[in-house]
Design a protein around this ligand. Structure first.
Ligand SMILES: NC(=O)c1ccc[n+]([C@@H]2O[C@H](COP(=O)([O-])OP(=O)(O)OC[C@H]3O[C@@H](n4cnc5c(N)ncnc54)[C@H](OP(=O)(O)O)[C@@H]3O)[C@@H](O)[C@H]2O)c1
Length: 282
């Protein structure tokens, strides 16, 4: 199956930067009609301008997706503006990098609030409109989760919890929505070079070596999101690291566990050596 997105209404959350922004640009080139959402109005206005310059119809729908009234408002406004809804790309999210023992209840709750509850409730609000679209097309929900939703990465505990919940929901809904002809697709990025790591992360003091500088560019993930939508790919682990963890979990889970533990040990060893080197000599 191959989807033609020309003239189709796509709501992209997390569209102000990173993966969501690049996804919006790619969808604009394919002739989709775009409802773009995030909290930052100025950044949204810029990306709306860029999409229009590419010849696409695009509109900004600013919202804090953790608020039920915002979710209902933007979906209602987008449907009123475009006359329906064919695809939801759930891409808003936050990261959290640090050990669970030194974290706070607020960080766990915020991770779940943005990465799980907001996305889950967006699907619920969009469902009746996707159902209408199914009368003459094959609508879809694309959930941009993370490889953290398939394997618990040390120092990303609350992030992994929120993404596992999101992946579980995705799999369950895939079965539930099949009878409505609504596809539920899953994209699993690895470590991605966010536009602004400080805004993306609720905390950034993890004790495992993850290469954020050498990470995957958001453009590559956006390509995977759009390809998944075009070809109706159920699940895509993007990037080499993500693919190896995804594949390794199936084929040699003990090897992946050992690899993760080594990364933690190596971080502590390097930290010990750094401390020794910093100690002033008497
Ligand atoms: N970066 C990575 O290493 C990585 C790896 C795997 C998976 N992912 C996942 O991929 C998705 C996109 O990540 P990214 O790297 O593109 O991150 P990003 O550059 O930080 O973008 C996150 C987007 O989510 C929006 N957002 C955050 N909180 C929101 C809220 N309460 N309401 C509405 N919008 C909100 C942000 O917009 P505003 O701030 O303007 O609201 C922004 O547009 C996330 O779900 C993330 O967990 C990222």
């Amino acid at each position: 199956m191959r989807r033609d997105l020309r003239g189709r209404v796509v709501l992209v959350t997390g569209a102000s930067r990173g993966i969501g922004r690049r996804t919006a640009e790619r969808l604009a080139r394919l002739g989709a009609r775009l409802a773009l959402s995030a909290r930052s109005q100025d950044e949204l206005a810029k990306i709306v301008g860029e999409c229009r310059a590419l010849g696409a119809e695009a509109e900004a729908f600013p919202a804090d997706l953790t608020k039920p009234e915002d979710r209902a408002r933007i979906v209602g406004d987008a449907v009123a503006r475009f006359g329906g809804l064919d695809v939801l790309v759930n891409c808003a999210g936050v990261g959290s990098f640090g050990e669970f023992s030194t974290s706070t209840p607020d960080i766990v709750r915020r991770s779940m609030e943005v990465n799980f509850f907001a996305q889950a409730e967006m699907i619920r609000v969009c469902h009746p409109h996707l159902l209408k679209s199914a009368a003459n097309w094959q609508p879809a929900v694309v959930n941009v989760a993370s490889i953290c939703g398939r394997w618990g990465i040390p120092s990303m505990s609350e992030h992994c919890a929120s993404k596992h919940a999101f992946v579980g929901l995705t799999e369950a809904l895939r079965g539930e929505f099949a009878r409505y002809d609504i596809d539920v697709l899953l994209v699993l990025p690895g470590v991605v070079r966010s536009d602004d790591l400080n805004r993306h992360m609720l905390r950034n003091d993890g004790k495992i070596y993850l290469d954020f500088d050498g990470a995957q560019p958001p453009e590559e993930v956006a390509d995977a999101v759009v390809r998944s939508l075009l070809t109706n790919r159920t699940e895509k682990a993007c990037g080499t690291a993500s693919w190896w963890v995804w594949f390794g979990k199936r084929m040699f889970p003990r090897g992946v566990r050992f690899f993760m533990q080594r990364k933690v040990w190596n971080w502590h060893k390097a930290e010990g050596e750094r401390r020794k080197a910093d100690k002033p000599t008497a």
